[in-house]
Write a protein that binds this ligand. Structure first.
Ligand code: F6R
Length: 652
């Protein structure tokens, strides 16, 4: 069995192993929540390893159902480590994968055969004939027959001892999309739009993404003797809540696991964040009413009842499970004023501090009046998309603003866009000639490759160079637009990013060094970083880890004694209202100006390569999010602004 989770299993501060006191459970499947995906994966790998060893001792085969996608990668990595370092053998292991795109050649870049070999099979001693993956090459009229024989084959090994699952944002398990029946078998499935959009990253765009897949059915999955579902990151939070707390429904196929006698959800805190026990822990158990919990509860009550904070009554608190809060702090009146004031004090038009003002209750220090600010931007456009209004204000208010562009972002430039630029340079050089034959060669090679590039091909170094240059030009253009000198734009080109593939290398020493170098050079009073703590695999998280490590290493330097780190949310989500420590408002004009700044990133407009499941353009996402933050403040009873950017401080 999986060992005790390393995070508290409820919100009252109880440690693992301590007894659960009359907590009401909303989840209908046992759920273990871990601080992060790594800890969680270690526990899952441990269970799998124990099962393999147990079967070995009994001289039996261990039959595993396996999944692909980003979720199980960390589990596979841990199994490989155990094979290498702890002698875990896979000689008695037989595996059946859940699914495969259709049609799909096994040696294609995106095939699940290739995925499994790269992430597990090639690194352990599983015998060649012991792993099975649905065949993406069977003719269409033979798929039904193939499905039956796949299931027969599983049965011939005695059925699945253990099934590992991920979960789609739409609730799919395997590729059993919403609408799949509980008694469905292995079959051909039409992929949901959201599934294809999520996979489009790997295929270089939606148009090139397969429309179908062969998947094990729901009944095939439910027949496994043990099922463990993994989910990481806040992107999965809503569907995790629906699958665990909602009714069993075909619109969320993962909810069928509620009918399984031995299923377990292993999730990280971010994926758990919408669960009742985390969102409104006071409805589940006794909680410790510290200031953060009070802010969380009061803002929740205000939003739920649609009443401004200052209008909440004792009855509102009592009726909504917060009578013990009142008992502890007194009247609603006092509580409301306290929380209202705290919210009010987060709002400032002076993100670099207001000179000559009393700063005891302001988010930032007044001194030094003119600060050096270093904004880290994971991709070349995150600075303007996520904190463009604040970026502009910092510059306008006389601070010395620098930007550290962490990666080249080259992978997100479309081929035809790159070809357009390469052609431009080639034509120009041919007409006027330039001194550098090397430059001519780079652009010529890039253009020639792009003209004949196949979908499954990786970009050459020359193409990646051209694509990176396009994005660099766009970032410089934004800096000019805001008004900072181009010398203050630092292009770090962190090496972990430069694989030419969606899949990146792990963070390395060189990455940390380039981040440390720019901090040492700028000696900032403020660092702004994209605080995407929730996405365990994304570029933003790796970029953030590099900043955290660099800051930790530099924290004893003199200049760091006066440096504050502010985190903005880089992806599409905003900080929770109770977490926000600085909210910078924007007027309608300032919001429009930010939009124009985002427009400088022309390669990211009009159908970007990595759209994801959100079809809005970046400026739309940014505006909607900033307006929503302002709307929320207003709903809580604070002044009505057009839009707001929000920050949380990181104390290192
Ligand atoms: C993969 C599979 C899918 C994924 C799901 C989540 O074999 O069957 O159900 O598990 O789409 O994908 P990730 O883990 O990439 O979020």
């Amino acid at each position: 069995m999986i060992s005790e989770p390393s995070v508290v299993e409820n919100a009252s501060g109880r440690k693992p192993g301590e007894p659960v006191q009359s907590a009401i459970t909303y989840e209908k499947i046992p759920t273990h929540i871990y601080a992060d995906a790594k800890d969680a994966s270690r526990a899952v790998a441990q269970e799998i390893a124990a099962l393999i060893r147990e079967k070995q001792q009994q001289d039996k085969l261990c039959v595993l159902g396996l999944a692909t996608g980003s979720s199980p990668k960390t589990v596979y990595a841990e199994l490989i480590r155990q094979h290498r370092e702890e002698g875990l053998s896979f000689r008695n292991v037989v595996t059946f994968n859940l699914d495969e795109y259709y049609p799909m050649e096994p040696d294609s870049l995106q095939s699940y055969v290739r995925f499994m070999k790269e992430h597990l099979f090639d690194h352990v001693d599983i015998p060649e004939g012991n792993y099975f993956i649905p065949d993406g090459t069977v003719p269409a009229n033979k798929v039904a027959e193939f499905g039956r024989s796949y299931e027969d084959q599983i049965q011939s090994y005695g059925g699945l001892d253990f099934q590992l699952l991920g979960i789609g944002g739409n609730g799919h398990i395997g590729f059993n999309e919403p609408g799949s029946l509980i008694n469905s078998h292995t079959r051909l499935m039409m992929l949901d739009h959201s599934t294809r959009a999520a996979a489009a990253m790997d295929f270089g765009g939606l148009a090139k993404t397969p429309k179908k897949a062969i998947t094990m059915g729901v009944s095939s999955i439910l027949s496994a003797r043990r099922v463990v579902l993994l989910a990481w990151g806040e992107r999965k939070a809503p569907v995790i809540r629906a699958a665990l707390e909602g009714t069993v429904t075909e619109s969320i196929p993962a909810s069928y696991l509620q009918t399984h006698p031995n299923a377990l959800f292993v999730i990280d805190e971010a994926a758990a964040s919408d669960l009742t026990r985390l969102q409104t822990p006071w409805l589940v158990d006794t909680v410790e009413w510290d200031n953060r919990m009070i802010k969380k509860a009061v803002t929740y009550l205000s939003r739920t009842l649609g009443k401004p904070v200052l209008k909440l009554t004792n009855k509102d608190y009592n009726d909504n499970g917060m009578s013990d809060l009142l008992a502890q702090v007194g009247q609603a009146y006092d509580l409301n004023i306290d929380v209202f004031n705290q919210l009010q004090r987060t709002i400032t038009g002076w993100p670099g501090g207001k000179p000559n003002a009393d700063d005891t209750k302001r988010p930032e220090r007044a001194l030094p009046a003119s600060k050096r600010c270093l904004i880290f931007s994971p991709h070349p456009d995150d600075d303007i998309i996520s904190m463009g209004g604040t970026f502009q204000r910092l510059h306008d208010q006389g601070h010395e603003v620098h930007v550290g562009y962490q990666t080249s972002g080259n992978i997100a430039v479309a081929d035809d866009e790159a070809l357009r630029f390469a052609d431009y340079v080639v034509d120009f050089n041919e007409k006027f000639g330039i001194d550098s034959p090397e430059a001519t060669r780079i652009f010529k090679d890039a253009a020639e490759f792009l003209r004949v590039k196949k979908d499954s091909e990786m970009d050459t170094d020359e193409v990646r160079y051209v694509k990176g240059l396009i994005r660099k030009g766009e970032a410089k253009s934004t800096c000019r637009f805001v008004g900072i000198p181009v010398e203050n734009a630092h292009f770090l080109n962190m090496p972990f990013y430069e694989t030419g593939k969606v899949e990146k290398k792990p963070l390395g020493e060189e990455d940390i060094q380039v981040v440390m170098d720019v901090i040492k050079k700028v000696k900032p009073h403020q660092i702004y970083a994209a605080g995407d703590l929730a996405d365990p695999h994304g570029t933003h998280k790796v970029c953030l880890d590099a900043i955290f490590e660099a800051v930790r290493r530099l924290k004893n330097e003199d200049f760091m004694q006066d440096c504050w780190v502010w985190l903005y949310r880089g992806a599409w989500a905003e900080w929770n209202i109770y977490e926000i420590e600085m909210a910078v408002p924007m007027s309608p004009d300032q919001l429009l100006r930010k939009r124009l700044g985002i427009f400088k990133h022309q390669s990211q407009k009009d159908g970007v390569v990595y759209q994801g499941t959100d079809s809005r353009e970046f400026w739309q996402r940014a505006e909607e999010r900033n307006r929503a933050t302002a709307g929320l403040y207003n709903q809580l009873g604070l002044a009505e602004y057009e839009a707001m950017e929000a920050f949380v401080r990181w104390h290192f």
